[in-house]
Structures are given as structure tokens and as C-alpha cells.
Design a protein around this ligand. Structure first.
Ligand code: SF4
Ligand code: SF4
Length: 396
């Protein structure tokens, strides 16, 4: 494993980190939880492979991800750094800071959290941090030894990220960055120049890049990557402003594969990196998918009608960005059959509730209409009978 130093934290972090959102799951009493029998060996193997950064969040896997990560790593606590987050979306008053922190420490069975984040910061949540004086609270938690570093995970425009960095309050940040979403690159550099750590989420664009497979890889003839995932990871690690890329590992096989990529990727030649960047920006431009590009974070999973917008949008990405039409169509055809995939997006009434949760600012109701229209067009270009009736009038 390779490590990079975060000057403000004086800590060396493995370039591969484990993200706790996609650990193996099971269902217990109707509730989705971490499957300890599969997740614990996976987390312990990550330590053995040299991973020392483990990121979780309050809401991940029904609040169970933090418990599983803390417990699985108990024996190795002095070898790893734990990152957790204050759920600002549930923080209703200043004292909630302490309630969540104490609960997280208990759930993780630890006496301190190394990297404590304000979760999912955008303009409204930043205002809440200021109004509730939450940075002061975090400083007090630090003085008590309950947290080591004050951090934030980010989902808004670069100007806000600059404003937050300029407070000087933060030791590291977590943001989206990958081949097809490089919007944070300038601010990542700005943070790095100030000695902050830069952790990256979604390096594989929510599985979209991996889904491109060999067909995608062939579009990058100058990359030595053996798989599309390796291509994605090498691109992220090739940026010297990145300290750690979080991977939401679901299996031992995936973890070992990613660790192998990390082993080979500490130095990515500049010409390889620039080549990958150029090819990709051309593909995204041609596909005209920037405004419906979904990373699969699932924050929009709040639909009162049981629709899971990301299932449709990620299938749509696969088709329109990566050209995988057949796979995307068969994924779309499964929606409504398997409960995990939610109800058909055709039933969307355009209420917009899900839109308020999307960190990528996707206009989800209209993206669903666009995707549904394209999916319901058969390969010969004709609309399936009954389609116009089922999606309602334009603008609904
Ligand atoms: S806009 Fe559509 S998908 Fe989103 S919450 Fe409303 S009905 Fe559900
Ligand atoms: S639509 Fe937005 S909130 Fe939903 S999964 Fe995609 S990026 Fe995340």
C-alpha cells in the first residue's frame, strides 16, 4: 500500500480508503443491515493489505455501517483512522452535535473519532453550522480528545468550498471527484496548498465507469490499466492533490483488486493522466449527459411512491455516456420486479421531493422523464403503446 502525508493532520493515509456505504448487507426483521459475517473479514483484510482510512456516516446502511466498522476494527484500532460524520440533515439544535457524537462513539466502540466531518455540506447546511456555532462545538470536542480533526464532506459549488477552506477550521475535506466529474479540482488544489487532506468519494462514479468494461477501456489506448475500474482509480490517484480515494467495497475480491491497483498507481505519468482526461471530457460532451449525471449516492431515496430514481438514472448513464445500451435496457426492464429497485419511474408525479436531496443538483423529475422516454422508445425508434399516457403531460 502507498501512503500520502496530510500536513495539517501530520498523518500518513493510505491512498485507498474503505467507504462504509456499500458493505455487504443482509435483511434482519425487515431492516437492511450490515452482514457481519461477510463485512468483518473484508474490513480486517483491508487492514492486512495496508488500508488505514475507514470512512462511515450516520445514515449509512440504516446507521449500522458505523457499528460494523468500529467493531470489526476494534483489535486494530491503533493502526487505523476512523472517519465519521455529523448528520446535519438531522441536526435541529446546537446540542444535537453532542448527542450524535456521543452516540457515534458508543456505536463504534471507540473513545475518539480521528476525522470528524460535517456531513453533506451545501449552502444551507453551512449556514446551520454557523448559526449553531458547530465549529466551536467541534473545537471543544477536539480539546476533550473526542475527535482529532475537524473536516467536512462537500456537495455544493466551488465558491462555497473556498469560503469554508478560508476559515482555517478544517484539516481535511471529502468531495466527489472522478473521470467524469472534475468540478472540484481547483478547490482540491486550493485545500492541498493549505496543507489540508483531500479525500475523494465516488472515484468510480458510482460503478458507472466499471460498467463500461473493455469497451470503455479501448477508448483509452494510452492507459496501461487492465480494467475500467483501474482506469478510474489511476485517474484519481494520478492527481497529486488527492490523498485518498474511498472505495465502497462489497466483496473480498473487489477489495483485493483495488489494493492491487493502489500498489501500481502511486505515480501515474502526466501524459497518461492528460490523455485520460481529454478522452473523457470528449465523451461526456458528446453524450450531453452533464445535467443528468448521477453518481449513485442514493440520497434521493426518499420518494413517497417508492420510486428509487438512481436505479433509472444510473442505467441511463450506462447507456448514454458509456454506450452500454443493451445492459442498460435490461436493467431498466427489471425495475418494478425486484423490490430493491423500487417502483417504476413511470409513476413519478413530479412532486420534486427527491430533487431537494440531490448533491449533484440533478432535476430528478425531469431527468426521469427524459430517461423514461428514451428507455420506452424501442430500438427501432418507436414509442411503446400507452407510453405518453403513462408519463403524464410535459412539465408535470
Ligand atoms: S419527483 Fe417523482 S421520484 Fe421524486 S419523490 Fe416525487 S414522485 Fe418520487
Ligand atoms: S439522483 Fe442525485 S441524489 Fe440520487 S443517487 Fe443520483 S446523484 Fe445521488
Amino acid at each position: 500500500m502507498k501512503y500520502r502525508l496530510i500536513p495539517r493532520a501530520a498523518k500518513r493515509i493510505s491512498i485507498l480508503g474503505v467507504g462504509g456505504l456499500r458493505l455487504p448487507k443482509t435483511v434482519c426483521n425487515g431492516r437492511e443491515m450490515v452482514d457481519d459475517d461477510r463485512a468483518f473479514p473484508l474490513l480486517q483484510e483491508a487492514v492486512r493489505l495496508g488500508v488505514n482510512y475507514f470512512d462511515t456516516g450516520w445514515g449509512y446502511i440504516n446507521e449500522d455501517s458505523q457499528r460494523a466498522i468500529g467493531h470489526a476494527l476494534r483489535e486494530n484500532r491503533d493502526r487505523v483512522y476512523l472517519a465519521n460524520k455529523l448528520p446535519l440533515y438531522l441536526t435541529k439544535e446546537p446540542d444535537d452535535f453532542w448527542r450524535f457524537l456521543e452516540r457515534e462513539l458508543r456505536l463504534m466502540d471507540t473513545d475518539h473519532i480521528d476525522f470528524f466531518h460535517f456531513h453533506m455540506v451545501g449552502r444551507a447546511f453551512w449556514q446551520k453550522i454557523l448559526d449553531f456555532r458547530l465549529i466551536d462545538a467541534a473545537e471543544r470536542a477536539k480539546a476533550k480528545g473526542l475527535i482529532d480533526h475537524i473536516c467536512f464532506s462537500f456537495h455544493d459549488v466551488p465558491d462555497l468550498m473556498r469560503e469554508m477552506i478560508d476559515t482555517g477550521a478544517f484539516d481535511s475535506l471529502l468531495c466527489q471527484y472522478n473521470l467524469v466529474d472534475q468540478g472540484n479540482a481547483a478547490m482540491m488544489r486550493y485545500a492541498r496548498e493549505r496543507g489540508m487532506g483531500v479525500m475523494v468519494m465516488g472515484p468510480n462514479a458510482g460503478g458507472n465507469i466499471a460498467a463500461g468494461g473493455d469497451a470503455l477501456l479501448q477508448k483509452y489506448p494510452r492507459s496501461p490499466a487492465k480494467t475500467a475500474t483501474e482506469l478510474a482509480m489511476r485517474f484519481v490517484w494520478g492527481n497529486p492533490d488527492v490523498d485518498c480515494a474511498l472505495s465502497g467495497v462489497e466483496s473480498l475480491e473487489m477489495l483485493r483488486e483495488n489494493a492491487g491497483y493502489a500498489e501500481r498507481a502511486n505515480t501515474v505519468p502526466a501524459d497518461e493522466w492528460n490523455h485520460v482526461r481529454e478522452v473523457t471530457s470528449g465523451m461526456l460532451e458528446i453524450s450531453q449527459m452533464k445535467d443528468t449525471y448521477c453518481t449513485g449516492c442514493r440520497y434521493c431515496d426518499v420518494c413517497p411512491l417508492g420510486i428509487r430514481p438512481f436505479v433509472t438514472l444510473m442505467a441511463y448513464n450506462r447507456w448514454k455516456i458509456w454506450g452500454l445500451e443493451a445492459g442498460a435496457r435490461s436493467a431498466y426492464a427489471e425495475i418494478g420486479r425486484d423490490p430493491w429497485q423500487g417502483k417504476s419511474p413511470v409513476g413519478c408525479v413530479g412532486c420534486g421531493k427527491c430533487r431537494n436531496y440531490c448533491p449533484q443538483k440533478i432535476d430528478i423529475p425531469s431527468a426521469l422523464r427524459r430517461a423514461t422516454a428514451d428507455f420506452m422508445m424501442d430500438a427501432a425508434g418507436t414509442v411503446e403503446p400507452g407510453f405518453m399516457h403513462s408519463i403524464g403531460p410535459p412539465g408535470s
